[in-house]
Design a protein around this ligand. Structure first.
Ligand code: PMP
Length: 341
Protein backbone atom coordinates (compact mmCIF):
# COMPACT_ATOMS: atom_id res chain seq x y z
CA UNK A 1 0.00 0.00 0.00
CA UNK A 2 1.37 3.37 -0.93
CA UNK A 3 -0.01 5.81 1.61
CA UNK A 4 -0.94 8.62 -0.72
CA UNK A 5 -0.92 12.12 0.85
CA UNK A 6 -4.39 12.77 -0.52
CA UNK A 7 -5.70 9.74 1.36
CA UNK A 8 -3.90 10.58 4.57
CA UNK A 9 -5.58 13.98 4.49
CA UNK A 10 -8.85 12.11 5.00
CA UNK A 11 -8.51 12.21 8.76
CA UNK A 12 -9.48 15.88 8.61
CA UNK A 13 -12.91 14.92 7.36
CA UNK A 14 -13.99 12.78 10.28
CA UNK A 15 -16.44 13.99 12.85
CA UNK A 16 -15.52 10.96 14.91
CA UNK A 17 -13.19 12.61 17.36
CA UNK A 18 -15.36 15.63 18.16
CA UNK A 19 -18.70 13.83 18.44
CA UNK A 20 -17.30 10.92 20.39
CA UNK A 21 -15.36 13.23 22.68
CA UNK A 22 -18.54 15.12 23.49
CA UNK A 23 -20.44 11.88 24.07
CA UNK A 24 -17.63 10.72 26.33
CA UNK A 25 -17.69 13.99 28.27
CA UNK A 26 -21.45 13.71 28.81
CA UNK A 27 -21.52 9.95 29.29
CA UNK A 28 -22.12 9.76 33.04
CA UNK A 29 -23.50 13.23 33.67
CA UNK A 30 -25.54 14.68 30.84
CA UNK A 31 -25.82 18.47 31.12
CA UNK A 32 -25.62 18.40 34.93
CA UNK A 33 -28.58 16.02 35.26
CA UNK A 34 -26.36 13.63 37.21
CA UNK A 35 -27.32 10.76 34.90
CA UNK A 36 -26.42 9.59 31.42
CA UNK A 37 -28.73 9.95 28.40
CA UNK A 38 -29.24 6.18 28.67
CA UNK A 39 -30.87 6.67 32.05
CA UNK A 40 -33.19 9.51 31.04
CA UNK A 41 -36.84 8.65 30.59
CA UNK A 42 -37.87 8.97 26.98
CA UNK A 43 -40.74 11.14 28.21
CA UNK A 44 -38.54 13.46 30.30
CA UNK A 45 -38.11 17.09 29.31
CA UNK A 46 -34.35 16.54 28.82
CA UNK A 47 -34.93 13.79 26.26
CA UNK A 48 -37.73 15.75 24.59
CA UNK A 49 -35.18 18.54 24.02
CA UNK A 50 -32.75 16.03 22.46
CA UNK A 51 -35.45 14.65 20.14
CA UNK A 52 -36.81 18.04 19.12
CA UNK A 53 -33.30 19.45 18.68
CA UNK A 54 -32.32 16.56 16.39
CA UNK A 55 -35.45 16.99 14.30
CA UNK A 56 -35.03 20.77 14.01
CA UNK A 57 -31.40 20.45 12.98
CA UNK A 58 -32.24 17.81 10.37
CA UNK A 59 -34.94 20.12 9.02
CA UNK A 60 -32.34 22.90 8.74
CA UNK A 61 -29.75 20.66 7.11
CA UNK A 62 -32.10 19.30 4.44
CA UNK A 63 -34.41 22.29 4.24
CA UNK A 64 -37.37 19.97 4.87
CA UNK A 65 -40.70 21.57 3.89
CA UNK A 66 -43.40 21.92 6.56
CA UNK A 67 -45.68 19.38 4.90
CA UNK A 68 -43.15 16.61 5.65
CA UNK A 69 -42.99 14.65 8.90
CA UNK A 70 -39.79 13.30 10.43
CA UNK A 71 -40.10 9.97 12.24
CA UNK A 72 -37.46 8.18 14.33
CA UNK A 73 -37.96 4.42 14.19
CA UNK A 74 -36.21 1.13 14.97
CA UNK A 75 -35.74 -1.88 12.73
CA UNK A 76 -32.99 -0.45 10.51
CA UNK A 77 -33.08 -0.06 6.76
CA UNK A 78 -34.37 -3.61 6.52
CA UNK A 79 -37.31 -2.70 8.74
CA UNK A 80 -38.22 -0.04 6.19
CA UNK A 81 -38.14 -2.61 3.39
CA UNK A 82 -41.31 -3.94 5.10
CA UNK A 83 -42.67 -0.73 6.64
CA UNK A 84 -42.84 1.17 3.35
CA UNK A 85 -45.01 -1.31 1.43
CA UNK A 86 -47.12 -1.88 4.53
CA UNK A 87 -47.80 1.86 4.76
CA UNK A 88 -47.89 2.86 1.11
CA UNK A 89 -49.10 0.00 -1.10
CA UNK A 90 -52.73 0.90 -0.42
CA UNK A 91 -52.25 4.45 -1.73
CA UNK A 92 -53.60 3.23 -5.09
CA UNK A 93 -56.06 0.45 -5.96
CA UNK A 94 -53.28 -1.22 -8.00
CA UNK A 95 -51.59 -2.33 -4.73
CA UNK A 96 -48.52 -2.39 -6.92
CA UNK A 97 -45.15 -0.68 -6.54
CA UNK A 98 -42.35 0.04 -9.01
CA UNK A 99 -38.82 -0.92 -7.92
CA UNK A 100 -35.64 0.29 -9.58
CA UNK A 101 -33.16 -2.44 -8.65
CA UNK A 102 -29.55 -1.27 -9.01
CA UNK A 103 -27.87 -3.41 -6.36
CA UNK A 104 -28.42 -5.86 -3.57
CA UNK A 105 -30.16 -3.45 -1.17
CA UNK A 106 -32.88 -2.44 -3.60
CA UNK A 107 -33.16 -6.11 -4.61
CA UNK A 108 -33.83 -7.03 -0.98
CA UNK A 109 -36.36 -4.22 -0.65
CA UNK A 110 -38.25 -5.44 -3.74
CA UNK A 111 -38.22 -9.02 -2.46
CA UNK A 112 -39.72 -7.91 0.84
CA UNK A 113 -42.40 -5.72 -0.76
CA UNK A 114 -43.52 -8.67 -2.89
CA UNK A 115 -44.82 -10.31 0.30
CA UNK A 116 -47.48 -7.61 0.61
CA UNK A 117 -48.41 -6.57 -2.91
CA UNK A 118 -47.38 -6.56 -6.54
CA UNK A 119 -43.85 -5.53 -7.41
CA UNK A 120 -42.94 -4.32 -10.87
CA UNK A 121 -39.21 -4.51 -11.56
CA UNK A 122 -38.63 -1.43 -13.65
CA UNK A 123 -35.21 -2.49 -14.96
CA UNK A 124 -34.34 -5.78 -16.62
CA UNK A 125 -33.27 -8.31 -13.97
CA UNK A 126 -29.49 -8.53 -13.60
CA UNK A 127 -26.89 -9.50 -11.04
CA UNK A 128 -24.26 -7.22 -12.58
CA UNK A 129 -25.15 -3.95 -10.89
CA UNK A 130 -22.51 -1.80 -12.52
CA UNK A 131 -24.65 0.89 -14.15
CA UNK A 132 -28.04 2.62 -14.17
CA UNK A 133 -29.84 1.96 -17.45
CA UNK A 134 -31.12 5.08 -19.16
CA UNK A 135 -34.52 6.10 -17.69
CA UNK A 136 -36.03 5.99 -21.20
CA UNK A 137 -35.74 2.17 -20.96
CA UNK A 138 -37.55 1.88 -17.62
CA UNK A 139 -40.98 0.23 -17.64
CA UNK A 140 -42.81 2.52 -15.23
CA UNK A 141 -46.39 1.94 -14.18
CA UNK A 142 -48.28 5.27 -13.86
CA UNK A 143 -50.81 3.49 -11.60
CA UNK A 144 -48.13 2.34 -9.15
CA UNK A 145 -48.61 3.29 -5.50
CA UNK A 146 -44.97 4.42 -5.37
CA UNK A 147 -41.65 4.26 -7.18
CA UNK A 148 -38.76 2.98 -5.08
CA UNK A 149 -35.01 3.30 -5.57
CA UNK A 150 -31.82 3.13 -3.55
CA UNK A 151 -29.92 6.42 -3.88
CA UNK A 152 -26.63 4.73 -3.05
CA UNK A 153 -26.05 0.98 -3.19
CA UNK A 154 -23.60 0.43 -0.37
CA UNK A 155 -22.28 -2.93 -1.56
CA UNK A 156 -22.18 -2.42 -5.32
CA UNK A 157 -21.23 1.27 -5.27
CA UNK A 158 -23.97 2.45 -7.65
CA UNK A 159 -25.04 5.99 -6.73
CA UNK A 160 -27.68 8.10 -8.48
CA UNK A 161 -26.18 11.47 -9.37
CA UNK A 162 -29.65 12.94 -10.00
CA UNK A 163 -33.11 12.40 -8.60
CA UNK A 164 -34.92 10.15 -11.10
CA UNK A 165 -37.86 11.65 -12.94
CA UNK A 166 -41.24 10.05 -12.37
CA UNK A 167 -44.77 10.72 -13.51
CA UNK A 168 -46.54 11.92 -10.38
CA UNK A 169 -46.03 8.61 -8.57
CA UNK A 170 -44.60 9.18 -5.06
CA UNK A 171 -40.85 8.65 -5.14
CA UNK A 172 -39.32 6.71 -2.24
CA UNK A 173 -35.57 6.70 -1.65
CA UNK A 174 -33.28 4.62 0.50
CA UNK A 175 -30.56 7.09 1.48
CA UNK A 176 -29.03 4.96 4.21
CA UNK A 177 -25.51 5.44 2.93
CA UNK A 178 -25.53 8.87 1.30
CA UNK A 179 -27.92 11.01 3.30
CA UNK A 180 -26.52 14.48 4.08
CA UNK A 181 -23.72 14.16 1.54
CA UNK A 182 -25.44 15.87 -1.35
CA UNK A 183 -27.91 18.68 -1.62
CA UNK A 184 -31.39 17.30 -2.36
CA UNK A 185 -34.77 18.86 -2.98
CA UNK A 186 -36.91 17.01 -0.43
CA UNK A 187 -40.11 18.21 -2.09
CA UNK A 188 -39.39 15.84 -5.01
CA UNK A 189 -39.83 12.81 -2.73
CA UNK A 190 -42.77 11.05 -1.20
CA UNK A 191 -40.49 9.59 1.45
CA UNK A 192 -36.81 9.23 2.27
CA UNK A 193 -35.41 6.80 4.80
CA UNK A 194 -31.98 6.11 6.24
CA UNK A 195 -30.57 3.86 8.91
CA UNK A 196 -28.25 5.93 11.10
CA UNK A 197 -25.19 3.74 11.19
CA UNK A 198 -23.54 4.82 7.96
CA UNK A 199 -23.64 8.61 7.84
CA UNK A 200 -25.41 9.92 10.91
CA UNK A 201 -24.54 8.05 14.05
CA UNK A 202 -24.74 4.61 15.54
CA UNK A 203 -27.01 1.69 14.74
CA UNK A 204 -30.43 1.61 16.38
CA UNK A 205 -32.36 4.51 14.92
CA UNK A 206 -33.81 4.83 11.42
CA UNK A 207 -34.99 8.12 9.99
CA UNK A 208 -38.09 8.45 7.88
CA UNK A 209 -38.96 11.76 6.22
CA UNK A 210 -42.41 11.53 4.65
CA UNK A 211 -44.91 13.82 2.96
CA UNK A 212 -47.90 14.07 5.26
CA UNK A 213 -50.58 13.26 2.67
CA UNK A 214 -49.05 9.78 2.23
CA UNK A 215 -49.60 8.91 5.88
CA UNK A 216 -52.69 7.04 7.10
CA UNK A 217 -53.15 4.23 4.59
CA UNK A 218 -51.32 1.43 6.42
CA UNK A 219 -52.52 -2.11 5.70
CA UNK A 220 -54.38 -3.68 8.64
CA UNK A 221 -51.56 -6.20 9.03
CA UNK A 222 -48.96 -3.45 9.53
CA UNK A 223 -47.29 -3.89 12.93
CA UNK A 224 -48.20 -0.91 15.08
CA UNK A 225 -44.60 0.18 15.64
CA UNK A 226 -44.22 0.57 11.85
CA UNK A 227 -47.50 2.42 11.35
CA UNK A 228 -46.37 5.90 10.30
CA UNK A 229 -49.64 7.49 11.39
CA UNK A 230 -49.35 6.04 14.88
CA UNK A 231 -45.71 7.08 15.19
CA UNK A 232 -46.35 10.60 13.87
CA UNK A 233 -49.34 10.95 16.22
CA UNK A 234 -47.07 10.01 19.11
CA UNK A 235 -44.06 12.12 18.09
CA UNK A 236 -42.05 8.88 17.52
CA UNK A 237 -42.74 7.92 21.15
CA UNK A 238 -45.45 5.29 20.74
CA UNK A 239 -42.98 2.89 22.29
CA UNK A 240 -39.54 3.49 23.77
CA UNK A 241 -37.33 4.90 21.05
CA UNK A 242 -33.58 4.19 20.81
CA UNK A 243 -32.76 7.19 22.98
CA UNK A 244 -28.98 6.97 22.96
CA UNK A 245 -28.80 6.54 19.18
CA UNK A 246 -31.07 9.57 18.75
CA UNK A 247 -28.78 11.57 21.06
CA UNK A 248 -25.68 10.62 19.01
CA UNK A 249 -27.53 11.42 15.79
CA UNK A 250 -28.36 14.85 17.23
CA UNK A 251 -24.67 15.45 18.00
CA UNK A 252 -23.73 14.50 14.43
CA UNK A 253 -26.34 16.93 13.03
CA UNK A 254 -24.89 19.72 15.22
CA UNK A 255 -21.39 18.86 14.04
CA UNK A 256 -22.43 18.92 10.36
CA UNK A 257 -24.09 22.32 10.83
CA UNK A 258 -20.92 23.65 12.48
CA UNK A 259 -18.80 22.45 9.54
CA UNK A 260 -20.98 24.27 7.01
CA UNK A 261 -23.85 21.85 6.40
CA UNK A 262 -24.57 19.47 3.56
CA UNK A 263 -22.63 21.59 1.03
CA UNK A 264 -19.45 21.01 3.04
CA UNK A 265 -20.13 17.26 3.37
CA UNK A 266 -20.65 17.12 -0.38
CA UNK A 267 -17.40 18.95 -1.06
CA UNK A 268 -15.49 16.55 1.19
CA UNK A 269 -17.22 13.50 -0.28
CA UNK A 270 -16.13 14.60 -3.76
CA UNK A 271 -12.57 15.26 -2.60
CA UNK A 272 -12.20 11.96 -0.77
CA UNK A 273 -13.76 9.78 -3.44
CA UNK A 274 -11.91 11.53 -6.29
CA UNK A 275 -8.62 10.84 -4.53
CA UNK A 276 -9.39 7.10 -4.56
CA UNK A 277 -10.86 7.04 -8.10
CA UNK A 278 -7.78 8.94 -9.37
CA UNK A 279 -5.50 6.24 -7.97
CA UNK A 280 -7.68 3.49 -9.50
CA UNK A 281 -7.93 5.18 -12.90
CA UNK A 282 -4.22 5.92 -13.16
CA UNK A 283 -3.10 2.43 -12.07
CA UNK A 284 -2.96 0.95 -15.59
CA UNK A 285 -5.52 -1.69 -14.70
CA UNK A 286 -3.87 -2.77 -11.44
CA UNK A 287 -6.92 -1.54 -9.52
CA UNK A 288 -10.21 -2.21 -11.31
CA UNK A 289 -13.48 -0.46 -10.49
CA UNK A 290 -16.24 -2.14 -12.52
CA UNK A 291 -18.68 0.76 -12.36
CA UNK A 292 -19.90 2.98 -15.14
CA UNK A 293 -18.38 6.42 -14.47
CA UNK A 294 -21.81 8.09 -14.46
CA UNK A 295 -22.97 6.21 -11.35
CA UNK A 296 -19.83 5.87 -9.27
CA UNK A 297 -20.53 6.27 -5.59
CA UNK A 298 -18.85 9.03 -3.60
CA UNK A 299 -19.46 7.02 -0.46
CA UNK A 300 -18.18 3.50 -1.09
CA UNK A 301 -15.83 2.45 -3.81
CA UNK A 302 -15.69 -1.22 -4.72
CA UNK A 303 -12.55 -2.30 -6.57
CA UNK A 304 -10.59 -5.42 -7.43
CA UNK A 305 -6.85 -5.82 -7.57
CA UNK A 306 -4.79 -7.38 -10.34
CA UNK A 307 -7.69 -7.98 -12.74
CA UNK A 308 -11.45 -7.48 -13.12
CA UNK A 309 -12.07 -10.77 -11.24
CA UNK A 310 -9.45 -9.97 -8.60
CA UNK A 311 -6.21 -11.75 -7.79
CA UNK A 312 -6.88 -13.50 -4.50
CA UNK A 313 -3.29 -13.43 -3.27
CA UNK A 314 -2.81 -9.75 -4.13
CA UNK A 315 -6.08 -8.77 -2.49
CA UNK A 316 -5.13 -10.63 0.67
CA UNK A 317 -1.78 -8.89 0.69
CA UNK A 318 -3.45 -5.52 0.09
CA UNK A 319 -5.82 -5.97 3.00
CA UNK A 320 -2.98 -7.05 5.30
CA UNK A 321 -0.73 -4.15 4.31
CA UNK A 322 -3.65 -1.74 4.55
CA UNK A 323 -4.30 -2.93 8.09
CA UNK A 324 -0.62 -2.45 8.93
CA UNK A 325 -1.05 1.14 7.71
CA UNK A 326 -4.13 1.47 9.98
CA UNK A 327 -6.56 1.44 7.05
CA UNK A 328 -9.06 -0.99 8.47
CA UNK A 329 -12.32 -2.63 7.31
CA UNK A 330 -11.42 -2.39 3.62
CA UNK A 331 -12.45 -5.96 2.89
CA UNK A 332 -15.55 -6.00 0.71
CA UNK A 333 -18.97 -7.27 1.60
CA UNK A 334 -19.49 -11.01 1.88
CA UNK A 335 -22.00 -10.79 -1.00
CA UNK A 336 -19.28 -9.58 -3.37
CA UNK A 337 -16.70 -12.27 -2.96
CA UNK A 338 -13.35 -10.98 -1.73
CA UNK A 339 -13.60 -7.52 -3.25
CA UNK A 340 -12.11 -4.56 -1.45
CA UNK A 341 -14.10 -1.39 -1.03
N1 PMP B 1 -30.05 0.05 2.64
C1 PMP B 1 -28.75 0.34 2.45
C2 PMP B 1 -28.38 1.28 1.34
C3 PMP B 1 -27.78 -0.22 3.27
O1 PMP B 1 -26.49 0.07 3.10
C4 PMP B 1 -28.18 -1.10 4.30
C5 PMP B 1 -27.19 -1.77 5.21
N2 PMP B 1 -26.20 -1.05 5.62
C6 PMP B 1 -29.52 -1.36 4.45
C7 PMP B 1 -30.44 -0.77 3.61
C8 PMP B 1 -30.00 -2.30 5.54
O2 PMP B 1 -29.87 -1.62 6.74
P1 PMP B 1 -29.95 -2.35 8.17
O3 PMP B 1 -28.73 -3.19 8.30
O4 PMP B 1 -29.97 -1.20 9.11
O5 PMP B 1 -31.19 -3.14 8.19
Amino acid sequence: VVADDRLIERSKYYCKSEVLAQAQKEMVNYKSTGVSVMELSHRSSDFTKILTGAENNLRKLLNIPNNYKVIFLQGGGTGQFSALPLNLLALKPSMSADYVVTGSWSAKAAQEAAKYGKVNLVLPKTKKYTDIPDPSTWTLNPEASYLYYCANETIHGVEFQHIPEFCGVPLIADMSSNILTRDIDVSKFGAIFAGAQKNIGCAGVTLVIIREDLIGKALPICPIIFDFQVQVGNNSLYNTPPTYSIYIMGLVFEWILEQGGVAKMEEWAIKKSSAVYDVIDSSNGFYVCPLDKGCRSRMNIPFRIGSAQGDEALEKKFIQEAENAKLISLKGHRNVKRSVS
